[in-house]
Design a protein around this ligand. Structure first.
Ligand code: NAG
Ligand code: NAG
Ligand code: NAG
Ligand code: NAG
Ligand code: NAG
Ligand code: NAG
Ligand code: NAG
Ligand code: NAG
Ligand code: NAG
Ligand code: NAG
Ligand code: NAG
Ligand code: NAG
Length: 670
């Protein structure tokens, strides 16, 4: 092996650089006798430095396997310039024990065997190198906590004085040992530990070291910041493996004097579930700003195409167990991963884009996740790749940020279809009753597909009735001086808005599985057959049901003698077009909120004759009540699931497994 190449091509120089890393680790003889490995480690590992996305994600497996065969730890190279410089140092002093951190804001990728420890050194040259130029960043801070964080960071920077600078050390586990036991895996493999020296030049760190900050990784992530001067040492150690696990870890360590290269928001998911059907889920980020739509911040957000991405995995998928806070792990092993290069989701199955739909009509990013399995639980996570426009080495925060997980469950029955992008009821975004035999919403073969025809039916129906309302409203003297109007506080604009809200929520029912036993859902169409031809058992249909405890009945039979089959409230849809054109079969409805009806009556002239059913006489069977704690107990436009009932939905993933075990809620519908 020769090093006197006069002019290196980029590939060659990367080869040499990587080879230097191998030398550093004392693998000289072995790699000389095994040039094939050296080549593989270089070419495939090189992709890690900047172009991780879209790479062959198998490279690390190949590398890991080779390493396991040979029982060694191997460094993955660094930035070319630095590594070329290092090469000389290496040739002079082969006894260096610590591996050099390649650069500020760069991932240092390494495999580590159980029981192993790697020591890293962050040189004074890197510490004193100029700070990275400031970049525009996102149009505004995301979430409230972060602005506090950045204020702290600002404070720390100002406190730094001559010779000492705050350094930000962060680590992501990218790969972990796998389960090879005979029974089912119940736990994640143990976590790596990060050691950061608390004084300059202290090489004695690690499991037996001294004067160090010790942080065990949590869910594949750890961060430590210290005020450093001179050469600073950092170590990473791997625990020994409990029986049943095999393999090693792969991690990405980064040090920067600008900011953390990796980050994880441990409290805030910043992501809300809108609704699901059997095979898809719709999620939105929180409002990205509260600014008015005419502000530049609002416009700047809307001009971004996809600042965030998301990852998701079936809760039964154990690859991400114990790695929830690691961007690197999600990017490598997430079962479903959105990509900024494929916002339409043609290859990833995750469609994303900026929207203003929802309460307040503020900018948010929407994720439409498809190709899911029915009645399965998923854990999803919002993530920011790098600084949102660029990621990888050389970018401040280039290792990505993740937020805390959101858990959702897909529907079990096939007769609810997730629907959004309507023309008239443009605020509708939830599952609606559907007949998958007539309107196949999962296939797009040939011409107009099922979801478009379904959308058209709902769109036509609502705009038709709105037009009828418009004709009526035109009979009302709306354009006269305010003291002659029908109300001093409401005008025709308010009336039209209230009518639209009510009409959309009432004619486009929010659909839930008939097999669900949650009390917030109201059964509909019980006497119809399911799209697959099956029907509900007659003893269920003939169960007594009392929709209106205080109402007289038309045929004189007392209210309490009604059954699910004989009551209109349980054996029909509220919107007749459903039973005439869609025929969804039995489903459950999240009833519209009663305040939508009250608001309509209050906002519109009495001459239009609107009224709401009275309590005990149809109100309960027709409308739901909002819950004070934010849980979604009735349907209104722009609703998302559990905006403040955070504890339930955003349970950590370990709980998810427990929940998954408990939720056996698929009541057999035959
Ligand atoms: C991200 O980093 C790159 C490189 O430093 C920079 O050019 C870009 O403006 C940054 N983007 C944002 C949104 O800050
Ligand atoms: C996994 O387990 C099987 C059977 O117990 C064993 O034959 C195999 O060697 C194990 N694999 C590793 C990598 O230890
Ligand atoms: C480490 O990261 C967490 C989450 O990103 C953050 O809250 C915390 O302040 C960071 N720790 C330090 C020491 O900066
Ligand atoms: C935006 O519009 C609101 C009223 O709709 C107005 O009060 C505000 O001053 C406007 N802001 C800007 C930046 O034009
Ligand atoms: C967004 O902001 C509006 C008010 O502007 C608020 O009602 C809503 O709850 C916020 N969050 C979401 C996810 O819509
Ligand atoms: C769907 O289920 C199959 C079989 O159980 C499983 O192999 C696959 O990973 C699942 N896919 C998703 C996206 O959950
Ligand atoms: C919804 O509308 C947006 C913008 O018009 C479009 O990009 C997207 O493909 C539509 N999504 C679906 C599922 O129709
Ligand atoms: C639209 O809806 C109205 C009222 O339900 C109906 O009369 C008309 O035929 C529908 N048009 C189409 C194209 O479906
Ligand atoms: C009613 O229809 C007319 C004509 O199409 C339209 O100009 C007007 O804005 C509509 N009114 C409402 C309240 O939508
Ligand atoms: C209502 O008044 C506006 C201007 O104040 C006018 O443009 C509009 O034509 C009037 N509409 C009717 C129905 O009189
Ligand atoms: C109706 O009242 C709202 C305030 O409640 C006001 O913003 C709006 O301009 C009024 N519309 C008309 C046509 O007077
Ligand atoms: C997923 O896990 C749950 C609970 O452990 C189990 O009931 C279910 O059958 C599993 N699903 C698959 C597809 O393995």
């Amino acid at each position: 092996m020769h090093f006197q190449c006069p002019k290196l091509t980029p590939l060659q120089s990367r080869f040499v650089a990587s080879f230097a890393a191998l030398l550093l680790l004392g693998l000289v003889y072995w790699s000389l006798s095994n040039p094939h490995f050296a080549y593989a480690a270089e070419v495939e590992g090189g992709g890690l430095m900047g172009e991780r996305d879209g790479d062959d994600h198998n490279w690390y497996r190949i590398e890991e396997q080779r390493l396991r065969e040979d029982g060694v730890d191997v460094g993955g190279g660094g930035q070319e310039g630095v590594m070329e410089g290092m090469l000389e140092a290496v040739l002079e002093a082969r006894a260096v024990a610590a591996t050099a951190i390649s650069d500020n804001n760069a991932p240092n990728n390494l495999n580590i065997e159980p029981g192993g420890t790697t020591v890293w050194s962050y040189s004074e040259a890197l510490l004193t190198s100029p700070a990275a130029p400031s970049t525009p960043g996102l149009p505004s801070e995301v979430g409230e906590k972060r602005s506090l964080d950045s204020a702290h960071a600002e404070l720390r920077k100002r406190q730094d004085s001559g010779g000492s600078t705050t350094i930000y050390v962060s680590i992501n586990t990218c790969l972990q040992p796998t389960w090879n036991g005979t029974d089912q895996q119940s736990d994640a493999p143990p976590q790596l530990t990060l050691y950061v020296s608390s004084g300059a030049g202290n090489e004695n760190i690690g499991p037996n070291g001294q004067n160090q900050v010790v942080q065990e990784l949590s869910e594949g992530f750890a961060n430590v910041s210290v005020v450093a001067s001179g050469t600073w040492y950092i170590a990473v150690s791997a625990p020994t493996l409990p029986s049943g696990y095999v393999g090693s870890w792969n991690y990405e360590l980064a040090v920067s004097h600008d900011a953390y290269y990796h980050s994880a928001d441990e409290e805030d998911p910043n992501l809300f579930l809108v609704d699901t059907d059997q095979h898809s889920a719709l999620l939105v980020t929180n409002n990205l700003t509260q600014q008015d739509s005419n502000s530049t911040i609002f416009q700047d957000w809307m001009d971004l195409s996809t600042p965030f991405v998301m990852f998701a995995a079936n809760v039964n998928n154990t690859a991400m167990l114990g790695l929830q806070k690691s961007y690197c792990a999600w990017a490598k092993s997430g079962q479903l991963a959105a990509s900024q290069d494929d916002p339409q989701g043609d290859n990833t199955g995750v469609q994303m884009g900026m929207i203003t739909r929802g309460l307040g009509n503020k900018p948010k990013e929407q994720f439409y996740v498809t190709n899911l399995n029915a009645s399965s639980q998923y854990v999803g996570i919002l993530a920011e790749p790098g600084n949102s426009t660029k990621s990888g080495a050389g970018v401040v925060g280039g290792g990505g940020k993740v937020w805390s997980p959101v858990i959702w469950q897909t529907k079990a029955d096939g007769n609810c279809a997730l629907m959004f992008n309507l023309t008239f009821c443009d605020e509708v975004a939830y599952a609606v009753p559907n007949n998958p035999v007539t309107f196949n919403t999962t296939s797009t073969t040939g011409g107009e597909d099922g979801i478009d025809r379904l959308r058209h039916i709902y769109d036509n129906y609502t705009s038709y009735y709105y037009q009828q309302f418009n004709y009526s409203l035109q009979q009302i003297p709306c354009n006269i001086s305010s003291d002659a109007q029908y109300s001093t506080i409401k005008n025709c604009t308010d009336c039209a808005a209230a009518y639209k809200q009510w009409l959309c929520a009432v004619s486009i029912p929010r659909c839930a599985d008939f097999s669900s036993d949650e009390t917030r859902y109201h059964p509909r169409n019980m006497g119809q057959s399911f799209p697959n031809g099956s029907a509900l058992p007659s003893d269920l249909l003939n169960t007594q049901y009392t929709p209106m405890s205080r109402a007289p009945t038309l045929d004189g039979t007392p209210a309490y003698s009604q059954t699910y089959l004989s009551s209109l409230a349980t054996n029909s849809s509220r919107n007749p077009i459903l039973d005439a054109q869609i025929l969804p079969g039995p489903y459950r409805e999240l009833l519209p909120c009663e305040d939508l009806c009250f608001s309509l009556v209050q906002s519109c002239p009495a001459a239009l004759g609107f009224g709401c059913p009275a309590p005990g006489r149809g109100l309960e069977a027709g409308y739901g009540k909002r819950s004070p704690d934010g849980a979604l107990t009735c349907s209104y436009l722009g609703a998302v699931y559990d905006i403040s009932a955070a504890g339930n939905v955003f349970a950590p993933v370990f709980e998810a497994l427990a929940i998954a075990a408990l939720v056996g809620l698929v009541v057999g519908v035959v």
